[in-house]
Design a protein around this ligand. Structure first.
Ligand code: BG6
Length: 859
């Protein structure tokens, strides 16, 4: 580090080297007793760091004259005690930046610490900043000196004053080589000596981990064992992502860190929480409560877009990126954090970290589980080649890591149910921009011709609120509110109205359509967060609970997509519309088909619609076979026709539905394409159920609820879930759940004869929850039985075979290649329900129809 013999302006150097600074402009004193100036006075031989290391950074053995150095320090600082005691300081804060010579430190963290010093040093606290790394002392000092020289002041600080402030900060900052546990002990002692001899009270220590996660455990152990401050002072450790790779690894890392630090001591950084527009979401919602109260819900919001587009690619970082990909790198953390800030219930007091964190956690818990179809993935074309080059992979290597993802998220709560939250991020896209856009529904009709629509009067213009995170056309963070919504209130000391920018259009509208605000002073995210660490604002950081909740949400999707081939895109503007996507229900898909995926070789590939529905016989009953899409469409049509006939004849339609995955597309088809279905007169029954609570994702009823019930209008009293959960226990014989269900059927279904029972066929020949070698339910009087399954959950409830066979119509749906073998087998066997329960399905007076897709039927 550069050595300075004289102090900068605005400081009075005492003859002993500790400094009392009067910051006239700030109106308050900032006092520091830093080891660096002392060691400078003593010359390089007495510098504790330099004494321990040669100039090339090699360990030289024990320090020279450590006792002498300490005595001198003590003597000098004691002499100053009188003058220091005159200052009324709340305490001294030591900031230890670990990884001080790294990229993040160079680009953002030193600047953030300087900003902290500028903001706080005049207000009762004194500081010292210790840059630490494994780099040799000489190199580290040179590096840090260079970085400190490049620090900048806010625009409103005059150059002279800036130089003076930088000088002060430089004198408070020192580099030290920090590697062994002895180094940590020495660091702690130096801080103690500094505080004690300066006559200061230690307020706290901040350890900023700007190091790779594999280094966490060692550093954490050292801090915990020898660098904790004494009683009454706080410890804050700041951690940078990645915080694990999935739920399990995040949990392991959290447990490991939990062995060293208390939850309140850990500050996990998500730098998006420090972006000014993101940090403004809650205050904005708070300050505009009145206007937003009626607007911030599913009744008014059409969709929410949370977007982070980048033009850069992953070149130079592929070793990290290969392991993470865009979902782990950006969506799991940055975009999810933003999503929760938009979606969470607003606490009464947003300045209470605890309430904010609690409300945020509830938002996490309301996230509906994602399925494979909730995401689209892409990869820029040059990516695999970059990985091959950077990681010496063979020419044949093709990466599956997505560099682009669009994900459709839904929340299961009354405020947001049904509102699509679109999360999207990608590398090598056409522009760099980040924003959260809340688009409101438009329910107005405007009589005046659209040329006469005036931005702040016409209800027909789009209504939107945008938290513009940065870059893009605007080039700065901003908050935009359509003029036809309301004039927002923002704190005038930190946000000002944006000047006119003629010709600038955002989100399809001229800028003049919005009330638009930008920060009075633009601040980097890290500066914002460092200030919040200092103020102990835990709500700007990721707690262990939040972290695990987020991984809990993303991990199943990541698992299901692990082998998915991402769509290749050329990068930049050339992407055209290739990555555009659209959604319907819970599914997301690319808007454009990728031609090469449809046509694998020369000549046109057969299209599913080119095939006819095949009619034949299977086990002497009608068989309908087709490609899956046609098959499901045909089955849905047949069910609707049966329902319409039943309602016409009897006034009601009793439909019993099976669980499992095969009927899911059928439910979706019924939910989205069958507007003529007589739902109001339909009773829905369950063919079988797993002995889990009805809200459990494994429950058949939950499947039905997710894919069908929530999209249609069936009277509540027409829905008949199986009573598997009674008296707080599951499927206990003594609770008589099976008998209760049977009574309900007898009471409501004429002759206990369902109009239609939909069954499936398991690969072992089971149907409903009647399993081979399980005696119950195959014959006898019982209408509903408890059974045992060979796979989890073992306990089940099921309609019995005799009850199924009383139905007017039974449809058996069999889909997929995995069913091929059992389909072949069952086609040959006779009536052997003990071995193959499906072979016992034969309605006594009703009709049986098999619906099989080609894969199941033809292989
Ligand atoms: C980081 C990701 O967390 O955020 C990077 O690891 C990404 O891949 C970066 O480029 C984007 O941050 P910003 O602040 O440039 O939007």
């Amino acid at each position: 580090m550069e050595r300075r013999q004289s102090d900068g302006p605005g400081q009075t150097r005492t003859s002993h080297g500790c400094k009392q600074r009067f910051e006239a402009e700030r109106g308050g004193p900032a006092i520091a007793c830093s080891p660096t100036p002392i060691s400078r006075l003593l010359g390089s031989e007495s510098d504790p760091d330099q004494a321990a290391h040669s100039t090339d950074g090699q360990e030289r053995g024990p320090r020279r004259h450590p006792g002498c150095w300490k005595m001198l320090t003590v003597a000098m600082c004691m002499a100053l005690l009188g003058c220091l005691q005159a200052q009324e300081l709340r305490g001294h804060v030591s900031v230890i930046l670990l990884g001080a010579t790294g990229d993040l430190a160079r680009k953002y963290l030193w600047q953030g610490l300087f900003q902290l010093y500028l903001d706080e040093a005049g207000k009762d606290y004194s500081f010292s900043f210790h840059g630490a790394a494994l780099t040799s002392t000489k190199q580290g000092q040179a590096f840090v000196a260079k970085v400190l020289e490049s620090l900048s002041c806010p625009e409103d600080v005059a150059p002279d004053r800036c130089a003076e402030l930088k000088g002060q900060f430089q004198r408070l900052s020192a580099y030290r080589h920090l590697a062994t546990s002895e180094d940590y002990v020495a660091l702690s002692k130096d801080i103690e000596a500094q505080v004690q001899h300066g006559g200061l009270r230690e307020a706290g220590r901040i350890f900023y981990f700007s190091v790779p996660p594999f280094a966490y455990a060692d550093i954490a152990r050292n801090i915990n064992s020898s660098c904790r401050p004494g009683p009454g002072a706080w410890l804050r450790v700041v951690l940078e992502k990645p915080f694990g790779h999935d739920h399990l690894s995040a949990q392991q890392l959290a447990t490991e860190l939990g062995g060293f630090f208390r939850e309140e001591e850990m500050y996990r950084v998500d730098h998006y929480l420090g972006k000014q527009a993101v940090a403004q979401i809650l205050p904005f919602r708070d300050q505009n409560r009145k206007a937003l109260d009626g607007l911030w819900s599913r009744h008014h919001v059409e969709r929410v877009e949370i977007i982070m587009k980048e033009t850069v690619d992953a070149e130079g970082r592929t070793s990290f990126y290969e392991e993470y990909g865009v979902i782990r790198d950006v969506l799991q953390n940055h975009l999810t954090e933003v999503l929760t800030l938009v979606a969470m219930e607003l606490p009464h007091n947003i300045s209470s970290s605890e309430s904010v964190l609690q409300h945020k956690l509830r938002a996490f818990r309301a996230l509906r589980g994602l399925q494979k179809g909730s995401a689209v993935l892409g990869q820029y074309q040059a990516y695999s080649e970059q990985v091959r080059r950077e990681q010496q992979r063979p020419d044949s290597f093709r990466s599956l890591t997505p560099t682009f993802a669009g994900v459709l998220v839904h929340m299961d709560n009354l405020r947001w149910e049904g509102v699509p939250f679109i999360l999207m991020s990608g590398k090598a896209l056409d522009e760099r921009v980040g924003y959260v856009r809340i688009l409101f529904r438009n329910q107005a009709y405007c009589v005046l011709s659209d040329e006469r629509w005036v931005a702040d009067q016409s209800q027909c213009l789009p209504r939107q609120i945008v938290f513009y995170i940065g870059h893009g056309e605007l080039g700065s963070p901003a908050v935009l509110v359509s003029r036809n919504l309301f004039r927002p209130s923002l704190p005038s000391e930190s946000w000002k109205e944006l000047g006119a920018r003629p010709g600038l259009r955002l989100f399809g509208r001229p800028l003049s359509d919005f009330y638009a605000y930008r920060p009075v002073r633009e601040q980097d995210a890290y500066s914002v967060l460092i200030s919040r660490i200092f103020h102990g604002r835990k709500d700007s950081f990721v707690t262990t609970e939040h972290l695990l909740a987020s991984w809990g949400f993303w991990t199943p999707l990541l698992d299901s997509l692990a082998h998915e081939v991402p769509r290749l895109y050329p990068g930049g503007a050339e992407n055209g519309h290739l990555l555009d996507f659209e959604f319907g229900g819970a599914q997301l898909c690319f808007s454009q088909q990728q031609p090469e995926q449809l046509v694998p070789g020369p000549g046109p590939a057969p299209m599913p619609s080119g095939f006819q529905v095949l009619k034949a016989k299977y086990r002497e009953s009608p068989l309908i076979s087709a490609w899956p899409e046609e098959l499901i469409a045909k089955l849905a049509d047949d069910i609707e026709a049966t329902a319409v006939r039943a309602v016409r004849r009897f006034g009601t339609f009793h439909l019993a539905l099976s669980g499992g995955s095969s009927p899911v597309p059928l439910f979706q088809q019924l939910a989205t394409r069958h507007y003529g279905f007589p739902w109001a007169h339909t009773h829905l029954w369950l063919v079988d159920e797993r002995c889990v609570p009805l809200w459990d994702p494994e429950s058949n009823f939950q499947h039905l609820q997710t894919h069908l019930l929530q999209h249609i209008r069936v009277p509540y009293y027409n829905i008949h879930p199986m009573p598997v959960h009674l008296h707080q226990r599951l499927c206990a014989e003594e609770d008589q759940g099976a008998q209760t269900y049977a009574s309900e059927i007898s009471a409501l279904v004429a002759n206990s004869s369902f109009d239609l029972v939909l069954l499936g066929m398991g690969a072992d020949g089971h149907t409903a929850s009647l399993f081979p070698q399980s005696p119950s339910g195959l014959d006898g009087e019982q209408l509903v039985v408890l059974t045992e399954s060979p796979s989890r959950p073992f306990q089940r409830m099921s309609l019995s075979l005799p009850l199924i066979n009383r139905a007017r119509k039974v449809a058996v749906l069999v889909m997929g290649r995995v069913k091929r073998e059992i389909t072949m087998l069952v086609s040959r066997v006779g009536h052997e329900p003990k071995k193959w329960p499906i072979s016992g399905v034969l309605p006594s007076s009703g009709q049986l129809v098999w619906y099989m897709d080609y894969e199941a039927f033809l292989g």
